[in-house]
Design a protein around this ligand. Structure first.
Ligand code: FPP
Length: 240
């Protein structure tokens, strides 16, 4: 019997290995991030082509502020330039962009850029591209806990109404389905504070390839790996 290839609804990627890619070529780390932008474009194209509906990219973690100031500035600059420069092309491809993360630390121009790209692409119905920027999962969970505790303290809800659903609704991902497939490039096998709550039943894939080398063929290869997985959600299936 021919089985229809399973396509994940939501793919989330930890784009790792830019620094090593640059070092291997005797270049500055920021050149690795620059090269990584081509892989962002490739991942978006491949996601649209394969019918993936949500693509989340971990672009800047809250912890990344601790990197050398030149590197932080280079990533900020690159992020803003790319996001603004690609707006029309993303809209043409039917891609809606959402920026996920705390807006603290951002200059007014970065905040304006975020509003601009979200507005330009609001009509995109093929793929939602979520860019996790100044994001950290533990802080996200902590903020959700504070929000719910406040509502209990103010008598808006009871403690018993703190359920998996109400916690999910208080997270930054409240309108985003949980990721089905999490990819981290460069052979590192950890989550680094990314979507800890949401990853409960995700499938994981850790290819050795560095992010700047993760092209459309690598994305397709990853989807082949996903299609072979038997997702059981703690239950038993025909195959198990
Ligand atoms: C991790 O590699 C990569 C980052 C912290 C930054 C990723 C940012 C971009 C690709 C730029 C723009 C993004 C978008 C979405 C427009 P690393 O520096 O930790 O690599 P290493 O582990 O080899 O040092």
């Amino acid at each position: 019997m021919n089985r229809v290839k399973a396509i994940p609804t939501h793919v989330a990627i930890i784009m790792d290995g830019n620094g090593r890619w640059a070092k291997q070529r005797g270049k500055e780390r920021s050149e690795g991030h620059f090269a990584g932008v081509a892989s962002v474009r490739a991942a978006v194209r491949a996601a649209v082509r394969n019918g993936v509906k949500w693509l989340t990219l971990y672009a800047f973690s809250t912890e990344n502020w601790g990197r050398p100031i030149q590197e932080v500035e280079a990533i900020m600059e690159l992020f803003c330039r790319t996001v603004v420069g690609e707006g029309d092309e993303l809209a043409r491809q039917g891609v809606r962009v959402k920026i996920m993360g705390e807006h603290t630390h951002f200059s007014p121009s970065v905040i304006e850029m975020i509003e601009r790209i979200e507005n330009t692409t609001v009509g995109g119905d093929k793929l939602t591209l979520v860019l996790a920027f100044n994001y950290s999962s533990r802080r996200e969970i902590m903020l959700a806990a504070q929000q719910l505790a406040k509502r209990v303290a103010e008598g808006e809800m009871s403690a018993e109404e703190i359920t998996e659903e109400s916690i999910s609704s208080a997270l930054m991902t409240s309108e985003i389905p949980d990721p089905d497939f999490i990819i981290r490039t460069s052979g590192e096998c950890r989550l680094s504070n990314f979507l800890l709550w949401q990853a409960s039943y995700a499938e994981f894939y850790f290819p050795e390839v560095l992010w700047p080398d993760f092209d459309e063929t690598e994305f397709d290869k990853a989807l082949e790996v996903y299609a072979e997985r038997d997702r059981r959600y703690g239950l038993v299936t025909e195959e198990s």
